[in-house]
Design a protein around this ligand. Structure first.
Ligand code: USQ
Length: 392
């Protein structure tokens, strides 16, 4: 396959690029390094320094561990860049991760919310138009989020819902109740992609992904310079990654509110497996396909218990703090999201066993000296935040 990965410098984008290259596919990556700039705005660094994309590509290409990775630098909100990119590469599959990925970042205030939606929605629209022009038969594999659905008091289907209303029936996109301006940007993307499939006959798979955790993949472990970014800060760190770091440095786990919030979770290795399955089993022409991409669900309180237990096994005394929730979200709610389509294609999940969590804790523990304790406490509130900060 000739595959183009947008956001190829990111937590998921870089391991995905190496995954396909290791399988012998022809891989191109593109990025504008905006994420590195957003980190700088909030004074945030990943746990371990991440070499430049140029350096990582050079390292990978020198290892003979698979096909080479080729790279382009540019901004998806610049339509000329996107058109030229697709014309030059001519991809069969486009994996689109190239978006602002953080809910807290988007909730800092007007500037960050507008930037998030402009970056994500305009970049995605430029991509759709460029695909229509230069590779209308290519398959778009777009990273969406389970957060598009929110936490409705009914079962969550995989994207589509059959409804009966006043004696008539129709198939509609599942109603969305997103929890942040970031999550809403993905809702808007989904609608734009569905329209492009319906009207232009494009083919697309929206991967409504849950919360990802994990540090290593088979390829990141080949060399220290091939590692991917691991965030534990209050802006870009996802909850389990944060809890593991907190356990290692001996601060209480930051459970927001009562901790009954339930989400779908998956290991970073399964992100790669799911994207691989989606790419190798493309949607039909005109089909807008949605997969709910997670492998198991946990409440935040349950996750905290699992990290406390892992800490005990490792000889760490881990405690839990219930902080005032900086977010506006349901803390006790119904959550039953279908997720059968990826297993039907053959997904063999990597579940959050004691062994997996112990291994992650041990890996983080080796880097404990690098942790910056000042970037852990939540500083962005969903309602009534400080409006004097530079990015608000
Ligand atoms: N939470 C805590 N304590 C923390 C951090 C988070 O209790 O220290 C809680 C949050 O309140 C929330 C849940 O954990 O209820 C998940 O928060 P998160 O920061 O791990 O994840 P979220 O903001 O939802 O966003 C992440 C990714 C995003 C992706 C999304 C999938 O950053 O890119 O779209 O997970 S999902 O959550 O399924 O929408």
């Amino acid at each position: 396959m000739k595959i183009l990965i947008l956001g190829g410098d990111g937590y998921l984008g870089w391991p995905t690029a190496m995954h396909f290259a290791a399988a012998g596919d022809e891989v191109w990556v593109a990025d504008n390094f905006a994420k590195r700039k957003w980190e700088l705005e909030d004074g945030i660094e990943p746990l371990l320094p991440i070499p430049t994309l140029h350096r990582r590509v050079q390292r990978w290409n020198g290892m003979n561990a698979g096909a080479p990775v080729r790279m382009k630098v540019g901004d998806l909100t610049n339509h000329r860049f996107v058109y030229n990119l697709l014309r030059e590469v001519g991809p069969e599959v486009i994996v689109h991760y190239g978006e602002q990925p953080s809910a807290p970042y988007s909730m800092q205030g007007r500037t960050a919310a507008v930037m998030t939606q402009q970056n994500n929605v305009v970049g995605n629209l430029n991509l759709l138009f460029a695909m229509q022009r230069h590779c209308p038969d290519a398959h778009l594999v777009k990273l969406g989020t389970m957060g598009e659905y929110g936490t409705p008091n009914i079962d969550i289907e995989e994207g589509w819902l059959d409804v009966e209303h006043n004696g008539r029936t129709d198939r509609v996109l599942f109603p969305k109740k997103a929890g942040s301006f970031y999550h809403l940007s993905k809702v808007h993307d989904s609608h734009n992609i569905e329209f492009a499939c319906r009207v232009w006959g494009m083919r697309a798979t929206d991967l409504n992904q849950g919360v990802v955790y994990g540090i290593d993949t088979d390829q990141t472990m080949l060399h220290p310079e091939l590692r991917t970014s691991f965030h534990y800060d209050h802006v870009f760190g996802t909850v389990l990654n944060r809890f593991l770091v907190q356990a290692c440095i001996g601060v209480p786990l930051t459970v927001y509110g009562r901790g009954g919030q339930t989400r779908g979770f998956l290991n970073i290795r399964d992100t790669l497996a799911c994207v691989d399955l989606a790419a190798r089993n493309p949607a039909e022409s005109g089909e807008f396909r949605i997969f709910n991409q997670f492998t198991e669900q946990f409440s935040i309180g349950r996750l905290a218990e699992m990290v406390v237990a892992a800490g005990t096994r490792a000889g760490l005394a881990v405690t839990v703090a219930h902080l005032d929730n900086p977010r506006v979200e349901a803390e006790e709610h119904y959550f039953n999201a279908k997720h059968t389509k990826l297993p039907d294609l053959g997904l063999q999940p990597t579940l959050l066993t004691d062994a997996v969590i112990d291994q992650m804790l041990a890996t983080v523990r080796e880097q404990v000296d690098r942790v910056d304790p000042d970037i852990i406490a939540p500083q962005i509130r969903w309602a009534g935040g400080d409006i004097s900060a530079p990015n608000r």
